[in-house]
Every structure is written in C-alpha cells, then in structure tokens.
Design a protein around this ligand. Structure first.
Ligand code: 3PG
Length: 212
C-alpha cells in the first residue's frame, strides 16, 4: 500500500476540517499552506466535502489532502475520485478497510481497543487512528496498546490542542496528531482565514519545538 506515513509524521499535526461550503476550500487551503501545514483531512460530515477535496487537490497540488469521517465504500470512491490521497474512518469498519487495502488506498481506521488493533495488524496496517483520543485514555492507552502491538503507531484525534499537544507528540508511538483547533468552524464561517493562518503557524512551531 502507498505509504504517506512519513509525510504526516513530518508535519506532526493534521488539521481536521469541516467545510459547509466548497467556496471555503480555497481560502482555507491557502491559510494552511501559508501557515506551513500543507495537509488536511476534510471530513465527510458535510455535503461540501467532495467538492472541497476536488478544489484543494486541483488547485493546491502541493497539499496532501485526505478524506475523514468516511463511513461507506461509496464515500471512499467519491473521495478518491475527487483527489483524496488518504482515507480516515472514526472506527474500524472491516468492509471499508479491506476495500481500501484492495485498492491500494492509504487508510487510517479508528482503533481504540486491543481487538481493533489486532484486526488492523492482521491486515498489515501499521498506522491507525485513535479516536476519540482524550475520552479513550489518550497517550496512556496508546502506550499500553503499543506494549502488545510493538510495530503500530497512532494518529490520535479528539480533544487535542495546544495544551496537550506536547504530551502526545513527545510519545514515539504517535505518528502525528489530528485536530481542529486551528481550523475551528466558527473561524471558517466568519472568514477569519488570517487567524487560521496564525493558529496554523503556532501549531507548526509547537510541533517543531517538541519533535525537533
Ligand atoms: C473530530 O472528531 O472532529 C476530530 O477528531 C477532531 O477533534 P477535535 O475537534 O477535538 O480536535
């Protein structure tokens, strides 16, 4: 399977974006690029996701754009046709996981229990999502899971922000952290893309100072 883990690990942080209008995609992508974070997970929680991924992928080829909150194989197809380079699922849906593996599409399925991690490992996956991170025990749970499954790394999302980023990124079992703190819905809706760029720069600087 194509491996994008080195790219997301090098960014340290993956913005998790909810867009209500594809017209928001262009200024959002520009703010992330200017902020030094050329990566985004655009979630299929809204109808704007597919077209937003298409705009980002066509107009910002240097950006690594993926699809999040993917709940069906039909959404996988739509996301990939629009230009998504990776798929993120909140949970472990064997049908979606096997579909992506069969099509060589990088996938991060959500795994928060030993059983779910075992299903991923059995399929050869080394990079898994951990969601909702804070509610599921955060780094302590991840370390406990990795004691048994040594080759696995996690992309935690849910409840991560400037206050706890260091706790996560300083653990070598964390590939990168996902989060929405620099791309909050109210900032996007208000067109505050300068603020998004500022928060993005801040996140990049934090990630660099933690990981070097
Ligand atoms: C989500 O569920 O939207 C993502 O996991 C991001 O969570 P966050 O908004 O707590 O960063």
């Amino acid at each position: 399977m194509k491996d994008i883990s080195a790219s997301v690990a090098s960014y340290g942080v993956v913005p998790v974006v909810v867009l209500n209008d594809p017209a928001e995609a262009r200024p959002l992508a520009k703010a992330l690029m200017n902020g030094g974070l050329p990566v985004a997970e655009v979630t299929f929680r809204t109808d704007a996701a597919e077209e937003s991924i298409r705009i980002i992928s066509e107009e910002f080829p240097a950006m690594l754009v993926g699809a999040g909150t993917v709940l069906t194989t039909e959404q996988v197809d739509r996301a990939v046709a629009a230009g998504a380079k990776f798929i993120v699922c909140p949970g472990f849906d064997p049908e979606i996981v096997d579909y992506c593996i069969g099509k060589d599409i990088p996938i991060f399925p959500g795994c928060t229990t030993a059983s779910e991690v075992a299903w991923g490992v059995k399929r050869g996956l080394k990079n898994l999502k951990f969601f909702p991170a804070e509610q599921c025990g955060g780094v302590a749970t991840i370390k406990a899971l990795c004691a048994a499954y040594v080759g696995v790394k996690f992309m935690p999302t849910g409840g991560i922000g400037p206050k706890n980023l260091e706790t996560y990124l300083s653990c070598d079992k964390i590939l990168c952290c996902g989060g929405s703190w620099m791309v909050k819905g109210d900032l996007i809706r208000a067109g505050k893309f300068d603020e998004i760029e500022r928060l993005t720069k801040e996140a990049v600087e934090m990630a660099k100072s933690i990981r070097g």
